[in-house]
Design a protein around this ligand. Structure first.
Ligand code: FAD
Length: 369
């Protein structure tokens, strides 16, 4: 294990802002993670665990302690569970994946092996170890639905344990890892349970629209006029294409993806709050857009609230701005500092609160502030 000093963190994040790590180590093995954690403990250095840096805003002052970049690799060859043992269809396939594996590379492999469960999460940047932290979700799927267990280093007890899914406390964009037990665990491996031969999930309106309209043009090899349902591979292509059109796929040279993805969570409102919001909208001759995926929990589109509070796509505030393709993505327009991004975040939160009476909660993790 090599400990480096004063390592710039901005290039290790998708937003590309922030200062340096006082100490930094890239770790490929579990024993190295333990050793690095000991190093930090013995010197009383605060620890920051870094995956792909796609959900982080690093302060301009950087990180005063040790940054551990988790680079544990390996996708253990899939093991089919014995029929009937744990799965009614006998088609469950377990994948054990190192926390440092690139998430989308893993998704590509599952799709190539005809395994369903994470196809709609194609194109999400970052590492496998990052996915349980905020229970990543997109296009009608949440990763928690496929997680069997998570192998972690428990820093409190100084031992490696395997947490079964119920112990992870998964909710919308949340788990114990980013709430009640924040900072306690370092994720080493994640075990996923997928369905060999399962059908793709096509619940989301954007996907249904895609397949209703452009399918022949995107997949010319399909027999014309024949109504075969989309395959997992076609669903992956569709999701990545939709994401690209929204600046939600990391594409080199596309300034709109120099972001941390969606910057605000969709607010979940109580009945009374929802009613008040609807009244405010009606007084402006507006109607809150209705999406089946959101309505059930009175979850409201944060993008709609932002746009209807006067912050349109392409909005610029100095070196920070809003993506031209997605109202929820705050971007670094070139040489932004973390303080520029935070300034714009504050401005949007104030604006939305003024117009809609709702305080938007940021989605990325703020470190070193
Ligand atoms: C263009 C773009 C699109 C995105 N789209 C989506 C989307 O559709 N849905 C969605 O849910 N998210 C989305 N995101 C957010 C982000 O990609 C995910 O949250 C991703 O899972 C973060 O993983 P990461 O490895 O980059 O984590 P990092 O950004 O490195 O870290 C995020 C948090 O996880 C912790 N962490 C990371 N790895 C570990 C580990 N091994 N052990 C313990 N803690 C760890 C960090 O300490 C930090 O608190 C998007 C981001 C971008 C830039």
């Amino acid at each position: 294990m090599t400990i480096q000093e004063n390592v710039p963190l901005a290039p290790l994040t998708t937003l590309q802002v922030g200062g340096r790590a006082r100490y930094f180590a890239e770790l490929r093995r579990e024993d190295e993670v333990r050793e690095a954690a000991q190093f930090a403990k013995s010197r009383e250095l605060p620890l920051l665990v870094l995956g792909g840096g796609s959900n982080l805003v690093v302060a301009d002052s950087g990180w005063p302690g040790l940054v551990l970049r988790i680079a544990i690799g390996g996708i253990a060859s899939p093991r089919t569970t014995s029929p009937g043992a744990t799965d009614a269809t006998g088609n469950a396939v377990l994948f054990s994946v190192g926390a440092g594996v690139n998430w989308d590379d893993f998704v590509a492999q599952t799709v190539a092996q005809n395994c369903a469960g994470v196809e709609c999460l194609s194109g999400i940047p970052g590492s496998v170890g990052g996915t349980p932290v905020q229970n990543v979700g997109a296009y009608g799927q949440e990763v928690a639905a496929t997680i069997e267990s998570v192998r972690v280093l428990d820093l409190k007890e100084d031992r490696i344990v395997v947490l079964p899914r119920p112990a992870c406390g998964f909710r919308y964009r949340a788990s114990i890892f980013n709430s009640t037990e924040r900072g306690r665990y370092i994720i080493l491996r994640v075990n996923y349970r997928l369905q060999r031969g399962g059908a793709p999930s096509l619940k989301y309106a954007d996907l249904q629209k895609y397949f209703a309209g452009r399918v022949q043009e995107s997949f010319p090899e399909r027999p014309a006029g024949k109504k075969t349902p989309p395959s997992l591979a076609e669903t992956r292509v569709a999701v990545r294409e939709i994401r690209r059109s929204k600046g939600m796929l990391i594409v080199p040279g596309d300034d709109d993806c120099r972001s941390a993805g969606s910057f605000f969570k969709n607010p979940v409102l109580s009945e009374a709050q929802f009613k008040e919001l609807a009244e405010r909208a009606a007084s402006k001759a507006l109607e809150i857009p209705s999406y089946p995926a959101l309505d059930a929990q009175h979850k409201v589109s944060a993008a709609w609230l932002v746009e209807h509070a006067g912050f349109s796509k392409g909005y610029a505030a100095g070196a920070a701005g809003i993506s031209h393709k997605h109202a929820l993505a705050l971007i670094n327009r070139g040489d932004a500092k973390a303080s520029d991004i935070v300034g714009l975040k504050d401005e949007i939160q104030r604006g939305v609160q003024e117009v809609w009476g709702i305080l938007l909660e940021p989605e990325p993790v703020f470190v070193g502030f």
